[in-house]
Ligand binder design. Structure first.
Ligand code: FMN
Length: 393
């Protein structure tokens, strides 16, 4: 029987699925409910000093749809509006009721040593298992010189990590922003400064668009808008890329996140180096109960693969990710058409025609590949609605 239990920095996780710091972890009673439903832990909505001014805008969300399904949010929400005392009391309550669940306190403060250290010292007196330093919120906070303004600057990130480490009595994760040219540089800087672990990614800065009827922004705050943080399936490729890039330069534990909506997504994060995962948008859209299929699916997968635990899956793909220069350029992946399945819809011919190579054509009623023109780009296979195109290598 495979186990989902894992141990990171001396903390026992009954399973690797945590709620990410976000609306689903903004209230103690919600976290309580989520723990009852099987989540392995929660990262609290980011806690700030009580006197940090934050005024929310409304509405705070826009969505990207695929037909009628939401595949991503843009949000402009700020941080927790609860007091530090609320969280101190809440963590104690939750730990008493759920001693085996992991609680990570996410924190953010102005770039002043006393402010960060004061926050940490107050939380040191709670049974929280670890800290997550939010260096990565992309909206609102950067205007105050915090959030992503910290995480895009390696020196400031390192400095704050050092301040926190001087007083923290629990392991310190640093939550990184994908909104940088090279996330690995920031990861290395905070690792050198003493971070015990990393979390990635926070939301990706984006802009959901303009309503062409009204010519007002889709995220319309009384006629104005601002850039926000994108999340959900639309950011998963960015999250996976960032986690892999961090794993390539660091052996610290990583809490992977960004667009996880199924156990398969989570398993991919583990395979590229995450030690555990966090989920936000999927829970907002479909409720805490999404944990059920995630736990079952990952457990079944490990058993089918005969993997004893998630460590056996972890990092499996990392050695396969290299530079373009290092990719084997031969053999060329020529398409093979299964004529029995092919319905001659012409989608493969069309994309090949318009996308440079013009190697496919209909001949005697069959799709044929002209090998001399084909470069094996693989586009035809992607658009075939019948999966009638394989690859000959
Ligand atoms: C509405 C909203 C609020 C968020 N608030 C926070 C926050 O307070 N602190 C934080 O570190 N991340 C925050 N996040 C980012 C999430 O924790 C997570 O990193 C991101 O949404 C990517 O995961 P997902 O694709 O599963 O949503 C927020 C995300 C959303 C959508």
């Amino acid at each position: 029987m495979s186990t989902l239990h894992t141990r990171i920095l001396g903390i026992d996780f009954e399973n690797p699925f945590l709620l990410a710091s976000a609306p689903p972890t903004a209230l103690i009673e919600s976290i309580d409910q989520a723990f009852e439903m099987g989540w392995g832990g929660a990262v609290l909505k980011t806690i700030t000093p009580d006197d940090l001014e934050m005024e929310e805008a409304s509405p705070r969300y826009a969505a990207l749809y695929d037909k009628k399904h939401i595949i991503g949010f843009q949000n402009i929400e700020l941080l927790s509006h609860q007091t530090v005392q609320y969280w101190c009391d809440g963590i104690k309550y939750l730990k008493q009721k759920h001693p085996h669940k992991v609680i990570i306190a996410s924190i953010m403060a102005p770039v002043q040593k006393e402010q960060w250290q004061d926050l940490v010292q107050r939380l040191n007196n709670t049974p929280a298992d670890a800290y997550e330093l939010n260096f990565s919120c992309p909206h609102g906070m950067p205007e105050k010189g915090i959030g992503m303004a910290i995480g895009t600057d390696a020196q400031v990130s390192a400095q704050i990590t050092q301040w926190v480490k001087q007083v923290a009595q629990k392991p310190v994760f640093v939550k990184l922003t994908p909104n940088v040219t090279d996330i690995a540089t920031i990861a290395r800087a905070v690792e050198k400064a003493g971070a015990d672990g990393l979390a990635a990614i926070n939301t990706v800065q984006g802009f959901m668009g303009i309503d062409l009827h009204t010519l007002r922004p889709v995220l319309d705050v009384n006629g104005k808008t601002t850039f926000g943080g994108c999340s959900g399936p639309i950011v998963r490729p960015i999250g996976l890329r960032c986690v892999a890039q961090i794993r390539q330069v660091s052996s610290l534990p990583i809490l992977g996140q960004g667009g996880i909506s199924s156990w398969e997504d989570a398993a991919q994060y583990l395979a590229v180096g995450a030690d555990a995962v966090q989920v936000c948008t999927e829970v907002m859209l479909h409720g805490y109960q999404v944990i059920g299929p995630m736990l079952k699916g990952l457990q079944t997968y490990l058993e089918e693969k005969k993997f004893a635990d998630i460590q056996t899956l972890q990092n499996r793909a990392i050695s396969l990710i290299s530079t373009h220069e290092n990719l084997p350029k031969q053999p060329v992946a020529y398409p093979q058409i299964n004529q029995e399945i092919c319905v001659r819809c012409g989608k493969c011919i069309s994309i090949c025609q318009e996308s440079e190579h013009q190697a496919l054509r209909l001949e005697d009623g069959y799709v044929q590949v002209e090998q001399a023109r084909c470069v094996g780009c693989g586009l035809c296979r992607l658009v075939c609605p019948k999966q009638a195109i394989g690859i000959k290598q």
